[in-house]
Design a protein around this ligand. Structure first.
Ligand code: PLP
Length: 283
């Protein structure tokens, strides 16, 4: 397995990050995750735009141009023979003696790896998944894709221990988003309900693409927060993420959604999204 670290492609066993890296000590870094389908990057421009924004917001200099990032992603996928799966990349503020303030003259640490995964042929897409709800314990800048993921680690572990596959985080009675996904419901009238973008959630790239595609398909959207109660009474629920595209949710806290099976709107949206992602591959 080949990874990328600070300018070099090398076997993962040889990829070492110094002890004093601020990513390790402070969680002082940001990351991105992007799907690969048919050997091609899905929505790469939008992911790189979000990466640029995250870096700007935490004032870490961007080490590469968009073209350079793209070349690195493609080269890493090629070297790993990755046709379908996920590319992870993170940038930390770099290595320095431990002190909270930004160090001077430090170079950011850049690390990338790939994970092979069947995204299109997914058993979870056929059966749907269970989610539980947990309090949203995160900080107030969730729009930044920070590597500080302790709240999500705890939320998703709680989901696993409850026999569920994702946790929906809840604040003031309203669902913010999933531990590593954007959350949606479908009303009995067939309209999608999605929480509007703000500092309370990560601007999901799959969310953005899917909402554009659903508009083209004539499916109406209500962009507003929704409660757990409303979600449990909804016709359908689903999540989106780069690593899963669109997945049906068939229960929340053990309560079945609709008839407890993946719903027609969710199935249609998944199909539309896969068609778009596949078309990018052909382009
Ligand atoms: N929300 C959170 C908290 C996430 O961690 C992720 C992905 O990791 C998402 C939403 C989905 O974003 P995207 O569609 O860009 O993968």
């Amino acid at each position: 397995r080949i990874v990328f670290l600070n300018g070099s492609f090398l076997p993962i066993e040889e990829a070492k990050v110094p002890f004093m890296d601020r990513g390790f000590l402070f969680g002082d870094g940001i990351y991105e995750g992007i799907a690969v389908l048919g050997g091609h990057l899905v929505d790469n421009e939008a992911h790189l735009e979000r990466l640029e924004r995250s870096l700007r917001e935490v004032r870490i200099p961007n080490p590469y141009t968009r073209e350079e990032w793209t070349q690195l992603e493609e080269e890493l996928a090629r070297r790993n023979g990755l046709t379908e799966g996920f590319i992870y990349f993170q940038v930390t503020r770099g290595v320095a003696e431990r002190d909270f303030m930004f160090p001077e003259n430090t170079t950011p640490t850049v690390a990338m790896f790939t994970q092979a995964k069947s995204i299109v042929n997914s058993p979870a897409a056929e059966t749907g998944i269970a989610v539980i709800t947990v309090p949203d314990l995160r900080w107030k800048r969730r729009d930044i894709k920070s590597i500080n993921l302790l709240a999500q680690v705890l939320a998703k572990q709680a989901a696993k221990e409850a026999g569920a596959q994702e946790a929906w985080m809840v604040e003031d009675g309203f669902v913010t988003e999933g531990g590593s996904s954007s959350g949606f419901i479908v009303t009995k009238e067939g309209r999608i309900v999605a929480r509007p973008l703000s500092n309370a959630i990560l601007p999901g790239i799959t969310r953005q693409s899917l909402l554009a595609l659903s508009k083209e398909a004539g499916i109406e959207l209500e962009e507003r927060p929704f409660t757990v109660e409303e979600a449990c009474d909804a016709a359908e629920a689903f999540l989106t993420s780069a690593s899963n595209f669109v997945l049906p949710i068939v229960s929340i806290d053990g309560r079945p959604i609709g008839n407890g099976k993946p719903g027609p709107v969710t199935k249609k949206l998944r199909a539309i999204y896969i068609r778009m992602a596949t078309a990018q591959r052909m382009a």
